[in-house]
Design a protein around this ligand. Structure first.
Ligand code: GLY
Ligand code: MN
Ligand code: MN
Length: 447
């Protein structure tokens, strides 16, 4: 797959309308681009736009802000952005510029970002309700500074806002429900990442460095049109898999070990998040197979419950049930299953939750509970399902055959009107599928 996969541009304007339709008449919204971040000297970290700002604009440039206002039922929008500057553009890259912005981004007007203070003062004056990202200190400061300037001009007729709301709280609920176009992109991000995982399985050998597999994954994704990964790839050989967010990726893969690969690409700001665990030499040992099949059973059980109306927590309940029963069958836990579940006896081996929302952010936004109750799943939500069992090498009172085995398997699941769709099932996942793919690849290499 080549060329840039993108969301239809009209969707951004629709989202702005949808946002403002939920706010009171006269409401003002300020959403700002992500700040740049210095890596060292005059070199910045790779820039990624703020997800909320991109969600409303589809505009990836730093030094930008969006102001929206609802007046007489009509949405007025102004984008503030960097001005064209031939010298800066020669050094650092092209800019859209103020003149081209209204057409390109379907906003009512555009102004230079240098005018943010002036425009903000003008728009804030008399606005009763003001919404911005309360979690962003830089944005809060800009709003507070503007309000302070207005307060100083009260006798000249300026009016200070009465209510400050959190725009993220409104946007989080919108972002939780994926449109048809978002689903198409996420399905594509899943498929690209799935093929990259498959390529990794085919190239994994004893002696390969963890970071080399990570590089291979990134390469495979970019060759299919993804410009960036959704998060730092985890390649964890052997007992490194028992470190949940292992990120050193600096060890050689050992014959006889498993390797856990947690990696996903990003496609026009939409993430995939896949984990597969497989034997470095292409053949599971008996203890590895036993743990692996238990995690796979937990994955299947958790996916099977996904449908509209089921609560978010049901997937975790299903996974915990399978894992606890299985650990008892393997002799790793002893006792009555129901009591072990009530006592959370599985926690030393399965300490995280079964999944999280997935979307523009890998750990995507959206509440899991509503009014203190686990919320029901609804069509358009996308969640990961990722049970795991991790038996740390220093675990005591356990048969040594299990020590250092860490397995997680992770798929990306869309809730649909009729049940669910697994975006990432294409990556081999059963023991037979994995062993056959890896052994075929080894034969081809030697044959
Ligand atoms: N890739 C991080 C996670 O699975 O949550
Ligand atoms: Mn995940
Ligand atoms: Mn993951």
């Amino acid at each position: 797959m080549n060329g840039l996969q993108q969301l239809p541009r009209a969707e951004y304007a629709q989202r702005r309308q949808q946002l403002m339709a939920q706010l009171p008449e006269g409401a003002l919204v300020l959403v700002c681009a992500a700040p740049t971040s210095v890596r060292n000297g005059d070199v910045d970290h790779a820039y990624r736009q703020d997800s909320y700002f991109y969600y409303l604009t589809g505009f990836a440039e730093p030094g930008s802000a969006l102001l929206l206002r609802l007046a007489g039922g009509v949405v007025d929008s102004v984008l503030l952005c960097r001005e064209k500057d031939p010298l800066q553009e020669t050094w650092h890259g092209r800019r859209l510029g103020v003149e081209a912005a209204p057409d390109a981004l379907q906003v009512s007007a555009a102004k230079p970002i240098s005018e943010l203070e002036t425009v903000l003062d003008d728009w804030l004056d008399g606005a009763k309700y003001v919404y911005f990202a309360q979690a962003r200190e830089d944005v809060s400061q800009a709003v507070q500074a503007s309000a302070a300037r207005l307060r100083g001009r009260i006798r000249q007729g300026s009016q200070v806002p009465e209510f400050y709301g959190d725009v993220d709280a409104v946007l989080n609920e919108m972002r939780l429900f994926k449109s048809a176009a978002e689903v198409t992109l996420m399905r594509q991000a899943g498929a690209i990442s799935a093929r990259a995982h498959q390529r990794l399985m085919q190239t994994t050998r004893p002696g390969v460095m963890e970071y080399q597999l990570a590089a291979h994954f990134a390469h495979a994704c970019s060759m299919e049109g993804s410009q960036r990964l959704a998060y730092g790839t985890i390649v964890a050989g052997g007992e490194n898999a028992c470190i949940l967010h292992y990120e050193n990726n600096n060890q050689a893969l050992q014959d006889g070990d498993l390797v856990l690969v947690d990696a996903g690409c990003e496609l026009d700001y939409y993430a995939a998040d896949i984990t597969r665990t497989y034997p470095v030499n292409g053949c599971f040992s008996e203890p590895q197979k036993a743990i692996y099949q238990l995690v796979l059973q937990a994955l299947d059980a958790a996916i099977a419950v996904v449908q509209e109306g089921v609560t978010v927590n049901a997937m975790q309940v299903a996974a915990v049930d399978v894992i606890t029963r299985g650990l008892v069958d393997l002799g790793i836990l002893q006792g009555d299953v129901d009591k072990l579940i009530a006592d959370e006896a599985y926690k030393p081996f399965y300490l995280h939750n079964v999944g999280h929302w997935l979307g523009m952010d890998v750990h995507d936004v959206g509440n899991y509970k509503l009014y203190a109750q686990w919320r029901p799943l609804q069509a358009g939500m996308v969640t990961t399902i990722e049970p795991g069992i991790y038996i740390a090498p220093d675990t005591v009172d356990i048969d040594p055959q299990w020590l250092g085995i860490g397995v997680r398997i992770e798929d990306n699941i869309l809730v649909t009107a009729t049940g669910h769709e697994n975006f990432t099932r294409q990556v081999p996942v059963t023991v037979a599928e994995i062993e056959s793919l890896m052994q075929q690849a080894a034969q081809q290499e030697h044959g």
